[in-house]
Design a protein around this ligand. Structure first.
Ligand code: FEO
Length: 391
């Protein structure tokens, strides 16, 4: 591979994963994902994070080409999730004297995952520094962005934030590595899907991390997934700030679960009424067809959400239950919402959606609409109030 220089003595050594179908064996990867890692070849040499095991040979070869026979002095572990840590053992084999730079919350994980004891670890605490020669590194503890041991490494010399999961994105880097080399329109959606599905639950901790980084000058953001930011790092910061504050765009997501098409008819009818109110961003999703990660992404993006479910065993449809479970865990806030459903005998969809929705910090805009059997227009008048108030 051609060497990719980020800044003076700092190299990108990431790989693209186009084989994996599901990130964390859960989240679809239709556009793949990149694992980014960085080498600082200074008077002392450091590797920042590794990658998920699978591209071992190319990765080790690239590091070797940059180091040109020199020793690797430090391996900085910002985060222990195996998509960034599972090459640690191989790095140790290649460079037996390497010191693992980590904070104390990572110690037990290093031991249990990779059998690494404290004699191999260089412990860092919040605000500690590490002098590589030209580059001086500063460590900032940012717990829960994404795991408890997560930290960010900041290079004070060239103002580089090695942010690991923060500012990361799904999607492989197809030639373009830097923000000025790509069409960001594609990555914005995948970056938000990564945020909403992986990091969003910890939005309040993202805000705490922002408070700590407020006074830092940032010329580069080098995340561990997705594009590297060198032209406009402020754009990535603004997006993360917006998403972690639960700020959203005008628009409505209507997610429905329908067994025989009656609940779907209601979704279409409501969407038309909302459109007549002048709303342009309306997305209808069949929860049995579209993976929950894409629906969550749009719910994070837009201000309003309408959930509709047929009755199923006197409760809501299982696929709607799955969406509700994820919503409860990931907890997008400050939404306008409404509910609807259909049933054949004694109801259940709306009856179980109501207690779910009361657990969310959302605002109901109009009473739920529930209809027996096939919906008739005269039975759907309740949708008019929803359509008027949902934005
Ligand atoms: Fe990309 Fe939390 O790992």
């Amino acid at each position: 591979m051609k060497k990719i220089l980020v800044s003076n003595k700092v190299y990108y050594v990431g790989v693209n994963d186009r084989k994996k179908s599901l990130f964390e064996n859960n989240w679809p990867l239709p556009n793949g994902v990149s694992y980014n890692s960085y080498v600082i070849a200074d008077e002392k040499c450091a590797l920042i994070d590794t990658l998920e095991f699978g591209s071992k040979d190319d990765y080790l070869e690239e590091i070797g080409e940059i180091l040109q026979g020199r020793q690797l002095d430090y391996l900085i572990v910002n985060h222990m999730e195996p998509d960034h840590s599972s090459m640690i053992g191989w790095i140790q084999k290649m460079y037996p004297n390497v010191k693992i730079v980590a904070n104390s919350k990572a110690f037990k994980m290093l031991q249990s995952y990779y059998g690494i004891g404290q004699d191999h670890i260089h412990e860092v605490k919040d605000g500690d520094t590490l002098d590589l020669g030209y580059h001086k590194l500063n460590f900032v503890m940012t717990p829960w962005v994404h795991w408890p041991e997560t930290m960010i490494t900041y290079d004070t010399t060239d103002s580089i934030l090695f942010s690991c999961d923060a500012f990361g994105s799904f999607g492989t880097l197809d030639g373009g590595i830097f923000d000025d080399e790509i069409n960001f329109g594609f990555y914005e959606d995948e970056m938000r899907r990564y945020y909403s599905n992986i990091v969003g639950k910890y939005s309040h901790m993202v805000q705490k991390a922002f408070a700590k980084l407020e006074s830092f000058k940032i010329n580069f953001i080098c995340p561990s997934h997705g594009p590297v930011w060198r032209k406009d790092p402020q754009k990535a910061i603004s997006l993360y700030d917006k998403w972690s504050k639960h700020e959203s765009d005008e628009g409505v997501v209507i997610a429905f679960a329908s067994m025989y098409g009656n609940t779907e008819k209601m979704a279409d009818y409501l969407a038309r009424l909302i459109s007549e109110q002048g709303v342009k961003n309306i997305r209808i999703y069949d929860v049995s067809k579209t993976h929950v990660s894409f629906i969550l992404n749009d719910i994070w993006k837009y201000k309003s959400v309408v959930l509709g479910s047929s009755a199923y065993n006197a409760g809501m449809h299982p696929m709607m239950q799955h969406l509700c479970n994820e919503l409860e865990v990931l907890n997008p806030k400050d939404k306008n919402y409404a509910l609807f459903g259909s049933f054949s005998w004694s109801g259940g969809g709306v009856k179980t959606l109501v207690p779910f929705s009361e657990k969310m910090s959302w605002k109901m805009v109009a009473p739920p609409v529930e209809i027996m059997g096939s919906p008739k227009i005269e039975e759907m008048s309740g949708f008019e109030e929803i359509a008027k108030n949902i934005i």
